[in-house]
Design a protein around this ligand. Structure first.
Ligand SMILES: Nc1ncnc2c1ncn2[C@@H]1O[C@H](COP(=O)(O)OP(=O)(O)O)[C@@H](O)[C@H]1O
Ligand SMILES: [Mg+2]
Length: 435
């Protein structure tokens, strides 16, 4: 089953409409390592009449799926973890056919995209902003200097730092990499022994993704108690637009596996306004003045507190859920903002498909190796189901339930009420069986 495509945007004939032009003159977008939500940017670029260039290492876990690659205009193999190689490749492509914009296809290359944009004089995040959104310690220090509430935190870069950090933060706390994603190596720790074990796991090279540098940099922070939401929107200069509040569903602690997301979160107007105002202050405080952001906040007794913010599209199908439930396409907004187009002129909202849209991730606790999957066809036949995907094949080992890698697949569906959403989620979870 394929994702339901958002309705074609209504065009205003008096506004400049990007039309496909001759390949030599048309705008083109560079996407660095398109993966997860970043893959959908390529389709959005084509929708807006732009050419596409992809930079990918094309090896290990940095590869572009065959179907996406086939549609890319220019595919460049380069070590995307090497800033000098990236800069040289960008300069080469730009000299041949000028680029109009550059975006990261995942959390990991947001700062690299900003540096290339800066190098080539293209729209981009300020370099200081890009650094702060990629480094959670820096994110916290910039925000707390601006008077914005953040959890107590302490940077850690060696085992010898752990005791002082724990004394400053207090138990329970959360240990996480300074620049991670997908809840990988993030865990709650309640005492000194757990903290030391968690830091050992965090620095275990065998568990790294995308060959990220092994610098041991982590952050220990106060455990925030309260329901968690993500806040998606976009910024155009000083103007911040909050598009959606998403409820995040998590697995059992001490890990934080994301098991699902619901757009919209069921919150009263007062809580929505508090979260929206707080997030707007975070976006402004960090200087995110270009394109979509994805913030994660917990609503604590003291009000909303930031877990983290990315200056990029939300992953986990959240951008698609938002299109289904609001008609707003953040992926088109992302492409437009980063290529100098007016996002609100070229990507006006379409009709929403339903009041709620949700994703549920399948897990199989206790299963070591996947043998069989049953029930997917039942899901696919349901009129509310938009998309069903599995990530593992029979014979594949099932990773431990510590981060997003333990998820076996997902279902995206729509609903007209919060009750219907909860019923469909429970039904989907019970219908699909992994053995
Ligand atoms: N200080 C905290 N208090 C409570 N839960 C936290 C805290 N920090 C992280 N978490 C939980 O861990 C998840 C992953 O942490 P996050 O900082 O977002 O890392 P990642 O970049 O891997 O997504 C969060 O969504 C949240 O559920
Ligand atoms: Mg996160």
């Amino acid at each position: 089953m394929s994702p339901r495509h958002p309705a074609a945007p209504q065009r205003d004939p008096h506004k400049e409409t990007p039309m496909p032009a001759a390949p030599t003159t048309r705008k083109q977008l560079l996407v660095i390592e398109p993966m997860s939500s970043g893959l959908t940017l390529l389709g959005a670029a084509r929708d807006l009449g732009l050419g596409t260039v992809v930079f990918s290492h094309d090896a290990g876990d940095r590869v572009v799926p065959e179907a996406a690659r086939a549609e890319v205009d220019t595919f460049v193999v380069v070590d995307t973890n090497d800033p000098a190689a990236l800069a040289a490749a960008a300069a080469r492509v730009h000299a041949r056919t000028p680029l109009s914009g550059v975006v990261s296809g995942s959390e990991f290359y947001v700062d690299a995209a900003a540096r290339i944009a800066h190098q080539l004089g293209l729209p981009g995040l300020p370099l200081a902003t890009a650094e702060a959104v990629r480094d959670k310690t820096r994110m916290r220090s910039v925000l707390s200097a601006a008077g914005i509430r953040v959890p107590r935190y302490a940077p850690v870069s060696a085992p010898g730092d752990l005791d002082a950090a724990a004394a400053a933060v207090g138990f329970p706390c959360v240990l996480k990499p300074a620049a991670g994603s997908g809840s990988i190596q993030v865990s709650r720790v309640d005492d000194r022994a757990q903290l030391q074990a968690a830091y050992r796991r965090l620095t275990d090279r065998a568990d790294f993704v995308f060959d990220q540098p092994e610098d041991g940099r982590a952050l220990l922070e106060q455990y925030l108690d309260g329901p968690e939401y993500s806040v998606e929107g976009y910024a155009i200069g000083d103007r911040v637009t909050i598009v959606s509040l998403t409820r995040k569903l998590l697995g059992a602690e001490p890990y934080f596996v994301e098991l699902g997301h619901v757009v919209q979160a069921d919150l009263g107007p007062e809580a929505r306004a508090r979260i929206a105002d707080y997030t707007t202050a975070v976006v402004t405080g960090l200087g995110i003045g270009l394109g979509p952001f994805h913030a994660e906040v917990r609503l604590t007794g003291e009000g909303p507190v930031l877990i983290e913010i990315g200056a990029r599209l939300a992953g986990d199908r959240i951008a698609e859920l938002i299109t289904l439930a609001t008609g707003v396409s953040l992926r088109h907004i992302m492409v437009a903002a980063h290529t100098g187009l007016d996002p609100e002129a070229v990507t006006p909202p379409a009709q929403p498909a339903a009041k709620y849209a949700a994703v549920h991730f399948f897990t199989a606790p206790g299963l070591d190796v996947l043998d069989r999957i049953d029930g997917l066809d039942v899901l696919e036949r349901h009129p509310r189901v938009v998309e069903v995907r599995t990530y593992l094949r029979p014979g594949d080992p099932v990773p431990a339930a510590r981060d997003l890698r333990c998820r076996l697949g997902h279902v995206v569906f729509t609903a007209d009420s919060a009750e219907e959403e909860a019923e469909l989620r429970a039904w989907a979870a019970a219908t699909v069986r992994f053995a």
